[in-house]
Design a protein around this ligand. Sequence first.
Ligand SMILES: CC(C)(COP(=O)(O)OP(=O)(O)OC[C@H]1O[C@@H](n2cnc3c(N)ncnc32)[C@H](O)[C@@H]1OP(=O)(O)O)[C@@H](O)C(=O)NCCC(=O)NCCSC(=O)CCC(=O)c1ccccc1C(=O)O
Length: 272
Amino acid sequence: MPDYRDITLVVEGGVARITIARPDRYNAFRAETCEELIDAFTAAGWDRAVGVIVLTGEGDKAFCTGGDQSSHAGGYGGRGSIGLPLEELHTVIRDVPKPVIARVDGFAIGGGNVLVTCCDLAIASDRAVFGQVGPKVGSVDPGFGTAFLARVVGEKKAREIWFLCRRYTAEQALAMGLVNAVVPHAALDAEVARWCDEILALSPTALALAKRAFNADSESIRGISALGMQAVGLFYETPEAKEGVAAFREKRRPRFRGPPGAGGGGDPGQDG
Ligand SMILES: CC(C)(COP(=O)(O)OP(=O)(O)OC[C@H]1O[C@@H](n2cnc3c(N)ncnc32)[C@H](O)[C@@H]1OP(=O)(O)O)[C@@H](O)C(=O)NCCC(=O)NCCSC(=O)CCC(=O)c1ccccc1C(=O)O
């Protein structure tokens, strides 16, 4: 296995387990994390010994909390329109011809919630917490995290998730269709193993064809994502987005409204 720094990949008994291993950052990802995840998904996805892939986060605090705010100063410094190859990460999760299960414990927030959305299936501990925070911190996922989320949970719910930035319990995530099952924390690994065993007993080619058929219907969102990420790259250069990052780092409420230079980040709905 490659010598990864930010993730681990373990293949055992037909299951590839990919773990984001940055628990001190609540498993937030930086550019290197995304690169390693892309590499691991590609390796596991085309390994004939693998029948199912599990994506998870190290520790019990977080599955993943999205982009690492400590490496985000108007950009993340890596590849891709926003300095993170996120479009490629979302794409590879969809493109690998194996079911991908998100094993969720703790926070699945921001880009972490988008990863849950992109995975084929999701199984959550009863103490998992879900939500989007982009508009709180000057960011948005204008692709699978919005348009595909609407297909998963419905238009009204998806808009609520993004327009209010609330947090949702695992039971609420189950009720809206964001996850497939919720189990007590202690039973999470056993439940994930049970789903993996059931999948491993099935025809891999039939599963690959089914996955590609599901994806084909939502493939236009890939184009929306590419266009949107290009715009987010420009958004990150604005005072409004920078104010969101600064406020998170300084642990204060952002001041998004009001003219730039007068304490506000600037509001596209206002003059000045
Ligand atoms: C996760 C929280 C809800 C937890 O809240 P709370 O329990 O009150 O604890 P905190 O004190 O806030 O956090 C504990 C500790 O963890 C650090 N931390 C948490 N999240 C991050 C993070 N993402 N980056 C860096 N560090 C993080 C936090 O600073 C604390 O550390 P201390 O040392 O103790 O101070 C809450 O923390 C929270 O809401 N976090 C915000 C998460 C966030 O802003 N995520 C980025 C969202 S935007 C995003 O993901 C953009 C990147 C991206 O993914 C994207 C970009 C463009 C298009 C699409 C996408 C996409 O979403 O795919």
